[in-house]
Design a protein around this ligand. Structure first.
Ligand code: GUN
Length: 293
């Protein structure tokens, strides 16, 4: 049986560590870390994610501010909101939940966020710093995966790491982190995407396979090498009338068959997902303590 990489437990461990540090800061009379989240519109998934982030702030003793804006808000108004938060000394970290409505430029909004408060690690400054291996806020999902690899002591040096998916949020930064010359890195990395030819031939050579393609159960057992470590970033709601909720969650990996071959694997739910919030909290703590800039 493979090791099941338990993101739920690991994220709880991290939240406990953060809560302990917050308690120390408060006891020393220091400033309580404060995260601001901006949510535009009524997208159901975004509301769920932002709600979970705000709740997680409460759990570790952070302050949080949720700014909700109408779907119809103008780009200039959103930029003004970001600027106000940039200039508010009470707030340490700022996230603007994506996706944004089509009439708003993600680039202009992201570029407006002060890098010192960019706890999502999405600004060009932080992506550049991460790439240079300078102190940086690293995007929550890749950072969460790095933390899982560390805490499960997964050997990465000299291994072949295949990443499926080249998004700015996951695949691309993941490939950079895995190639860096520190643990968990030093891997030989292949970044694959929708135009990759003979994908299965490549994935079959992966010692570590990180899947962030956004297609339900895309990776099947025949695409995986015996003993591989498999990290599944996908999360999809599938209707299932046998469940009380009427749905179940599945990943980008066909868990039942791939887990027969893997040496370690993340489940969905309870794998990478919970780690993203823990990483965001950790970045906010770093921001509050002035540890990056
Ligand atoms: N939308 C999906 N993932 C994320 C994330 O990590 N941060 C933000 N701001 N929006 C997202």
């Amino acid at each position: 049986m493979p090791t099941i990489i338990d993101g739920k437990k690991t994220s709880q461990d991290i939240k406990n560590e953060i809560a302990a540090r917050v308690a120390e800061i408060k006891a020393e009379g220091g400033k309580t870390p404060h995260l601001a989240a901006v949510l535009v519109g009524n997208d159901g998934a975004s509301q769920t994610y932002v709600g979970a982030k705000v709740k997680a702030c409460e759990q570790v003793g952070f302050e949080s501010t949720l700014v909700r804006l109408e779907e119809s808000v103008s780009e200039s108004e959103l930029l003004r909101v970001v600027e106000d938060i940039n200039n508010n000394p009470e707030i340490d970290g700022l996230i603007v939940q994506l996706p944004l409505p089509k009439h708003i430029s993600v680039e202009r909004v992201t570029d407006k966020i002060k890098p010192e408060k960019d706890v999502d690690g999405f600004t060009p400054a932080n992506v550049g710093r991460m790439t240079l291996h300078w102190p940086a806020y690293v995007a929550a999902t890749p950072y969460g995966i790095v933390e899982l690899l560390k805490r499960y002591e997964i050997e990465t040096s000299g291994k072949h790491c295949v990443v499926i998916g080249r998004s700015h949020i996951v695949g691309s930064p993941m490939s950079i982190l895995m190639a860096r010359n520190s643990y968990p890195g030093n891997a030989t990395v292949t970044l694959t995407h929708s135009r990759t030819k003979n994908l299965a031939e490549i994935t079959k050579t992966a010692d570590i396979l990180i899947v962030a393609i956004g297609k339900p159960e895309f990776v099947t057992a025949d695409m995986v090498k015996e003993g591989a470590v498999v990290i599944d970033v996908g999360i999809h709601r599938i209707e299932d009338s046998s469940k009380k909720s009427g749905f179940r969650l599945i990943g980008d990996v066909k868990f039942d068959e791939v887990s027969q071959k893997a040496s370690a694997i993340t489940p969905v739910p309870g794998g990478v997902g919970p780690m993203t919030i823990a990483s965001l909290l950790y970045n906010t703590l770093l921001a509050a303590e002035g540890k990056i800039y």
